[in-house]
Write a protein that binds this ligand. Structure first.
Ligand code: G6P
Length: 612
C-alpha cells in the first residue's frame, strides 16, 4: 500500500515522479506529494489531499517544479486521516531529512514519545514523520553519514517499510531502505530510479536491482551502491524485466480493468505454455519433482482476497484428481493459528503481488515449521517469489486495476496444472485421462475469448442492476468458489452489498433476507450438483428474488427460472470456473461504470496490501 517513486538524473524530476506515481495509484490514492531539488538549492515539497491529478494540476504536470532529483508518494492512509498535513513527503523541521514511506511502523508511538523528550515536535499523525525525525536524530548525534543514520533507525523501528530519504547535506543522492515492503531500483544511461513496483519505471528502464530486507541503497546519477545493516557495501545482481512497457498502459481501453479482462485469453495461454510442452506438464522451472509430489500427503493453500478464492476452487480440483488432503486457509487467520502442520505437507501460497503482508507471514510461518512451500506468484522477484522454496510464475503481466481479473484467471489455471501434475506423479490418473484433462485446459483461452465476444448482453443486464442495493451469489462446489469471486468483484467496485453462499446454506439464514427484487446470481456448471442448485434458485424466486444464472451451453435450460441467463462454452466441469467467472467480471465492471464510479480505483482499497 502506498506508492513510492524516486528519480535522480539529468532530466527534470517532477514529471518523471508524477508519471511514475500515476502507474502506482492502484497502491493508494487518498493524497499525494513530491519533494524536488536542484543541486544545493532548497527542496520544494508539494503535497495535497486527493488523487494524483490534484497534485498534477497544482504543479502544471510537474513543469512548475524545477530540479533533477526528487521523491514522490501516493498514499493509502494508515496512521492519520487523508489530509495535506499527513500526506508525504515528511520533513524534519530544519529540512535536514525528507522522506516518503510505504508500510507501517508498529512502535511509532514509543519512538515518538522518546523523540518528544529529546525536543522534537510533530505536525502530522503519521508514523512516517517519526521515522524521518528518528533518522534526523541519529544523523546529528553520530557521524552525519546517511547510511549509518538510516541503519540505526532501522534497528529501532518495528514493522514493515520501504523508505526513500533525501538529506540536505547530500544534494545529489537519494537513500532507500526496506523491510517487508516492496521496492526496486532501476538504472539507465546516467539516470537512477526507485519505485514500489515495476510499472512506475518500465517506460524508462528494464534493468533493475531488488533491494533485500534490512538493506540500504544509495542512488546517484546512473549509479547505485548497496549496504547491509552494518553499513558495509554489498553486491547485488542486475536483473532484466521482461514485461513490455505497453502492458502497463491502457492501450486504447477506457479502463485498466476492461483491458485486463480482455487480456485474459492471451495471459492464460502464456501461463499454460510456460509449463506445458509437447502435451506434457513440465515442472522443471517450478522445480517440484515427481518424487517430491509422491511424498506429500497434505496440501495447505493459503492466500488473501481473490487469491484465496482461487484456492477454494483449486481445492475441489485437487480433491477430485488425487487422494491428497487439502485445506484452504485465509492467510490472515493461518498466520496466527496454533497449527501443527503435517511434516509431509506442501504449503501453497497464492499471490499476484507476492507482497501481501499476511500471505508473506503465512509463508514464513510454514518455513519456520520446516514445511515445503510453493508460491503461485505474478510479480517476478517479489518477496514471496524470493522466499518460497518453489515458484510457479503466472504470466499475467502487470495488473493495474485494483480489482483483479487476469491474475486471478492465471492463478486458476496454474492451480489446475498443479493438480493435474500431482495426479500424474502419484499415478492417480491414467494417461488417457491426463491427456483429456490437459486438452480441456488448453481450450480455456479460446473459450474465454468467445465469452468476451458476448459482452454486450452482460452490459445490457448490468444496466438493470444499477439501483440494486443487495445481492447474493449462490452455487455448489466449484460454483460456490466462483460465486465468492463474483460477489467480491461486484461489491468492491460497485459498492453493492453482496454475499456469496454455498447454495445449500441459504436455508440456514440468508433466505430470510430475500424479498421482492433482491438479486440472486446463481452459478450452475457442476453436473452432479445442478438439480440441487436449481431447487435453491426456485426457492428464492418464489420469495421474490430476481435471478441471473451463469451456466454451461446446452446442458441446462434455465431460461424459465432465471430472468437473465449467461451461457459459457462446454468444458470439463473441473475447469468451468475459468469460464463462469468471465461474465461475472464483466457484470461488475459494467455496473460500476454505469454507476459512474472510478472502476480501477475503488474507494478505500489498494491493490497491494502490505500492512496487516
Ligand atoms: C487486494 C487486491 C485483491 C487481491 C488481494 C490479495 O485485496 O485488491 O485483488 O486478491 O489483495 O493480493 P495478492 O497480491 O496477494 O494476490
Amino acid at each position: 500500500m502506498c506508492g513510492i517513486v524516486g528519480y535522480i538524473g539529468s532530466n527534470q524530476a517532477a514529471p518523471v515522479l508524477l508519471d511514475g506515481l500515476s502507474k502506482l495509484e492502484y497502491r493508494g490514492y487518498d493524497s499525494a506529494g513530491i519533494a524536488v531539488r536542484d543541486g544545493g538549492s532548497a527542496t520544494e515539497i508539494i503535497k495535497e489531499k486527493g488523487k494524483l491529478r490534484v497534485l498534477a494540476e497544482m504543479t502544471d504536470n510537474g513543469k512548475a517544479v524545477k530540479g533533477t532529483c526528487g521523491i514522490g508518494h501516493t498514499r493509502w492512509a494508515t496512521h492519520g486521516e487523508p489530509s495535506a498535513v499527513n500526506a508525504h513527503p515528511h520533513s524534519s523541521d530544519d529540512g535536514n531529512v525528507i522522506a516518503v514511506h510505504n508500510g507501517i511502523i508498529e512502535n511509532f508511538q514509543e519512538q515518538r514519545e522518546k523523540l518528544i523528550k529529546k525536543g522534537y515536535s510533530f505536525k502530522s499523525q503519521t508514523d512516517t514523520e517519526v521515522a524521518v525525525k528518528l533518522i534526523d536524530y541519529y544523523y546529528k548525534k553520530y557521524s552525519q553519514l546517511p547510511v549509518e543514520a538510516i541503519a540505526r533507525a532501522m534497528v529501532r523501528i518495528r514493522g514493515s517499510y520501504a523508505l526513500c530519504v533525501m538529506f540536505k547535506d547530500y544534494p545529489d543522492q537519494i537513500f532507500c531502505a526496506r523491510k517487508d515492503s516492496p521496492m526496486i531500483i532501476g538504472i539507465q544511461n546516467g539516470e537512477s530510479y526507485v519505485a514500489s513496483d515495476v510499472p512506475a519505471i518500465l517506460k524508462y528502464t528494464r534493468n533493475v536491482y531488488y533491494i533485500g530486507n534490512m538493506e540500504i541503497a544509495k542512488l546517484e546519477r546512473g549509479n547505485v551502491t548497496f549496504y547491509n545493516i552494518d553499513s558495509e557495501e554489498i553486491e547485488k545482481p542486475l536483473t532484466e524485466i521482461k514485461w513490455d512497457a505497453e502492458s502497463a498502459e491502457k492501450g486504447g481501453y477506457e479502463h485498466f480493468m476492461l483491458k485486463e479482462i480482455f487480456e485474459q485469453p492471451k495471459v492464460i495461454r502464456d501461463t499454460i505454455n510456460s509449463v506445458v510442452n509437447n502435451g506434457t506438464v513440465h515442472f522443471s522451472e517450478v522445480q517440484l519433482t515427481d518424487e517430491e509430489m509422491q511424498d506429500i500427503n497434505q496440501v495447505y493453500i493459503v492466500a488473501c482476497g481473490s487469491a484465496y478464492h482461487v484456492g477454494v476452487a483449486v481445492q475441489y480440483v485437487i480433491e477430485e484428481l488425487t487422494s491428497l488432503q487439502v485445506r484452504v486457509e485465509l492467510a490472515s487467520e493461518f498466520r496466527y493459528r496454533k497449527m501443527t502442520l503435517n511434516p509431509k505437507s506442501l504449503v501453497i501460497v497464492i499471490s499476484q503481488s507476492g507482497e501481501t503482508a499476511d500471505t508473506l507471514a503465512a509463508l514464513r510461518e510454514a518455513k519456520d515449521q520446516g514445511i515445503k512451500t510453493l508460491g503461485i506468484v505474478n510479480v517476478v522477484g517479489s518477496s514471496i517469489a524470493r522466499e518460497a522454496d518453489n515458484v510457479f510464475y503466472t504470466l499475467a503481466g502487470p495488473e493495474i486495476s485494483v480489482a483483479t481479473t487476469k491474475a486471478y484467471s492465471c492463478q486458476l489455471v496454474a492451480g489446475y496444472l498443479l493438480a493435474l501434475q500431482f495426479a500424474k506423479a502419484r499415478n492417480e490418473i491414467d494417461d488417457e485421462k491426463y491427456q483429456a484433462l490437459l486438452e480441456d485446459i488448453n481450450t480455456i483461452p479460446e473459450k474465454v475469448d468467445r465469452i468476451l465476444e458476448d459482452r454486450e448482453r452482460v452490459q445490457w443486464y448490468a444496466s438493470k442492476l444499477i439501483n440494486v442495493s443487495d445481492s447474493f451469489f449462490i452455487g455448489r462446489g466449484i460454483d460456490y468458489a466462483i460465486g465468492m469471486e463474483g460477489s467480491l468483484k461486484l461489491k468492491e467496485i460497485s459498492y453493492i452489498h453482496s454475499e456469496a453462499y454455498a447454495a445449500g446454506e441459504l436455508k440456514h439464514g440468508p433466505i430470510s433476507l430475500i424479498e421482492e427484487g433482491t438479486i440472486v446470481i446463481a452459478v450452475v456448471t457442476q453436473d452432479a450438483l445442478t438439480e440441487k442448485t436449481i431447487s435453491n434458485m426456485v426457492e428464492v424466486k418464489s420469495r421474490g428474488a430476481k435471478l441471473m444464472a451463469v451456466t454451461t451451453t446446452g446442458k441446462y435450460f434455465l431460461e424459465d427460472t432465471a430472468e437473465f441467463t449467461c451461457y459459457v462454452p462446454k468444458i470439463n466441469p473441473l475447469f468451468a470456473g475459468s469460464l463462469a467467472v468471465i461474465p461475472l467480471q464483466l457484470l461488475s465492471y459494467y455496473v460500476s461504470i454505469g454507476k459512474g464510479f472510478d472502476v480501477d480505483k475503488p474507494r478505500n482499497l489498494a491493490k497491494s496490501v502490505t500492512v496487516e
